[in-house]
Design a binder for this molecule. Structure first.
Ligand code: ADP
Ligand code: MG
Length: 316
């Protein structure tokens, strides 16, 4: 099978027909219509075998993850996703691997109405690069630099599940922690709803404290006061690894792909309404301070040993 047959068979499927996709897969380039009053948001991410995943990981999980991590960045910008490109480097044309990879990736694309409009297929060590385009109204994109002293700091979902799944060495066939690691759910509906509500937003890919640190640094070097007791943990991570380790991984583990955002205190009621509407936990974990330091408090004490920057071994 050559590149053309492979693309025709597995990737050029009827997909979300977005109005602005004039021309998709098959020509030298894709053609997208311009939409006045809006701006494009472009994100890209690469997954390399041996660094971001290993050979034994399922093709379906890699296909899902390659698109999901990009959609998570689109969500953090407050944009809706529209199109994607896929650059696939394969050591061999293993049909069943490609079939499962493509089916999983395209299922996620359909769920969020994203059109796969092109890509490239080459031979070499396994790696997957995706680029995703989204759209916001002009000037509406959520940024890292808008946090203000007194803002409430929120996170979506539960944290530390992916890192906990990596840390356990006993084999689990299926559970919530493995789902968190291999099938992260991009928070696109939340991102769009935060436009006009949140002062700042970021997606948590490197760990809560590290990513919140980026927001604080970008927002005129502000600080934060975080209450460790309010961090939403996976019950299963607490069971498998103990409360203390589950908390450490939620603060610093990474690969969560939840959103962290700051909201003026007066708008906290709107976040509660959103939590109901989306059926997604939105937890206030602390507040932005003018101090310049990020403190995590536990029973009134500052946990100094839980410093930002803890990275598990293969988060990229
Ligand atoms: P070119 O030689 O002009 O770069 P290619 O032969 O690489 O074109 O690709 C032919 C068409 O198939 C193009 O529209 C390209 O975007 C698309 N394509 C190639 N590989 C992929 C892929 N992995 N996923 C989606 N589309 C792809
Ligand atoms: Mg090509």
């Amino acid at each position: 099978m050559d590149e053309f047959e492979l693309v025709a068979r597995y990737f050029d499927h009827p997909q979300a027909e977005r109005n602005q996709v004039t021309l998709g897969i098959g020509d030298d380039g894709a053609v997208l219509a311009h939409m006045p009053g809006t701006e494009s948001v472009i994100v890209t991410d690469t997954l390399v075998c041996g660094t971001h995943f290993h050979k034994e990981h399922s093709a379906a999980s890699i296909g899902h993850r390659a698109l999901a991590v990009n959609l998570s960045d689109i969500a953090a910008m407050g944009a809706s996703a529209e199109w994607a490109t896929l650059n696939l480097t394969l050591p061999s044309f293993d049909e069943s691997w490609i079939e499962q990879f493509a089916a999983s990736l395209l299922a996620l694309a359909r769920r969020y109405d994203v059109a796969l409009v092109g890509g490239d297929t080459t031979r070499g060590p396994l790696s997957v690069t995706m680029t995703v385009g989204g759209r916001v109204n002009t000037g509406a994109a959520l940024r890292r630099n808008g946090a203000q002293p007194g803002d409430s700091i929120y996170v979506s979902g539960l944290l530390g599940g992916a890192a906990a799944a990596l840390e356990r060495d006993d084999v689990h066939s299926e559970d919530a922690l493995l789902d968190a690691l291999w099938y992260p759910q991009p928070r696109l509906a939340l991102g769009v709803a935060l436009v006009g509500l949140a002062h700042s937003a970021i997606d948590i890919s490197d760990g809560l404290l590290s990513d919140l640190g980026h927001v604080l640094h970008a927002s005129a070097n502000l600080g934060a006061d975080i209450d460790a007791a309010r961090i939403p943990l996976y019950p299963q991570a607490e069971r498998d690894l103990g409360h203390r380790r589950a908390l450490e991984l939620a603060l610093g583990g990474g690969d969560d792909y939840e959103l962290c955002f700051t909201v003026p205190t007066a708008r906290r009621g709107s976040v509660s309404v959103l939590e109901e509407e989306l059926a997604l936990p939105l937890t206030c974990i602390g507040e932005v301070t003018p101090s310049g330091a990020c403190h995590v408090r536990h029973n009134g004490r500052i946990l100094t040993e839980l410093v930002p920057g803890y990275r598990h071994t293969w988060s990229g």
